[in-house]
Design a binder for this molecule. Structure first.
Ligand SMILES: NC(=O)c1ccc[n+]([C@@H]2O[C@H](COP(=O)([O-])OP(=O)(O)OC[C@H]3O[C@@H](n4cnc5c(N)ncnc54)[C@H](OP(=O)(O)O)[C@@H]3O)[C@@H](O)[C@H]2O)c1
Length: 313
């Protein structure tokens, strides 16, 4: 990628898209095409086709998606499937039609089967049944990565699909029902500190093990792959993560410490734990020369500072 190449970052206002945009700008890429959802609805095939015909991007990073937590996924499976399929079809098809040199598609660890062995290896894709609560979202994502692979095989394109672990960072979603566990706990501990609450309730036993990556590190991995690797180097998909696990209870302790909350943590064991262990096998991305560098504590500190700054403005 040359510094003046046209790079379209779809979803540039989101958690992932904004981190990638920041990384590209910091590395000196100066011809980014940035259009938010309001300016360009990527599910509108006519609008996307017109956008590509006018802008003709050299590179595309597809970080736009309809994203939500278990509740939203379980309640609106039709919308999670159709909206994501439309976005992917429109962006991937037009990337081929307008000779995009490389496209990077963002998937997620939910594409792996519910009972796949841990750590999750790329080869476990489609080896057994998916988790029911987000099955339609996962099927849309699998459709996207398979379409990229099919274009590569049939038309010789260079379309890469990456599967990150749980991410956290700036511009995250702190919605009470929809947020992912880390931003949700961050907000709960912050609110409890401000209101001097006696305790903070955490869902489940606290025992499940999870993996969290700072979105800035994911962005470094994405730009690294865009600059240095092809779909041939990568294969059908590649995991991106830290390879480090932490229990929800240890995560709660860490967030409590960073936020400076002095009360108690209570585990509500009547609430579900979800999968007991979810961690990516990251040997492939490591062997291609990439490693995450932000520790969880360091990342949470950065995000909490940003969270507080945005509260006062
Ligand atoms: N967050 C994670 O932990 C995580 C982990 C693994 C993988 N990923 C993947 O990373 C990708 C991005 O996720 P994220 O966490 O960054 O989500 P996000 O913060 O919700 O960002 C998604 C962005 O896409 C935009 N968008 C949605 N529908 C659109 C449409 N029809 N047209 C144009 N723009 C549209 C959204 O705009 P509006 O908000 O205005 O609708 C938003 O800016 C997803 O594919 C997700 O699966 C995320």
């Amino acid at each position: 990628m040359k510094k003046h190449d046209k790079i379209f970052v779809a979803g540039y206002k989101g958690l992932v898209g904004s981190a990638i945009t920041k990384e590209l700008k910091e590395k000196g890429y100066n011809n980014l095409i940035l259009k938010g959802h309001k300016e360009l609805d990527l599910s509108d095939s006519f609008a996307v086709s017109e956008f590509f015909s006018i802008n003709k991007p050299d590179y595309v990073i597809l970080a736009a998606a309809k994203v939500g937590g278990i509740y939203a996924n379980n309640t609106y499976p039709v919308e999670f499937f159709t909206e994501n399929m439309k976005i992917q079809l429109n962006v991937i098809e037009n990337s081929y039609k307008y000779n995009v040199k490389k496209l990077l598609f963002l998937g997620s660890s939910c594409i792996y089967p519910k009972n796949a062995p841990q750590p999750l290896k790329e080869e476990y894709l489609l080896s057994s049944k998916l988790e029911k609560t987000n099955e339609m979202y996962a099927l849309a994502k699998i459709g996207g990565l398979k379409l990229c692979d099919a274009y590569n095989r049939e038309y010789g394109t260079d379309f890469i699909s990456v599967m990150p672990c749980n991410l956290y960072g700036f511009n995250d979603n702190y919605h009470e029902q929809n947020a992912h566990v880390l931003p949700m706990l961050l907000k709960r501990f912050h609110d409890a500190k401000v209101s001097n609450a006696e305790s903070v309730t955490v869902w489940g036993s606290g025992k499940p093990l999870r993996e969290f990556m700072f979105a800035g590190d994911l962005a470094r991995a994405v730009v690294y792959l865009m600059e240095n690797k092809t779909a041939k180097d990568i294969g059908e998909i590649i995991n991106i993560g830290t390879g480090e696990e932490i229990s929800i209870s240890e995560l709660a302790d860490l967030i409590k410490e960073v936020v400076g909350y002095k009360g108690k943590i209570v585990f509500d064991k009547t609430k579900p734990d979800g999968t007991m262990r979810k961690v990516m096998d990251i040997s492939k991305i490591n062997s291609l020369g990439f490693k995450a560098k932000t520790s969880l504590k360091e990342g949470i500190k950065k995000v909490y500072e940003d969270f507080c700054n945005n509260l006062t403005h």
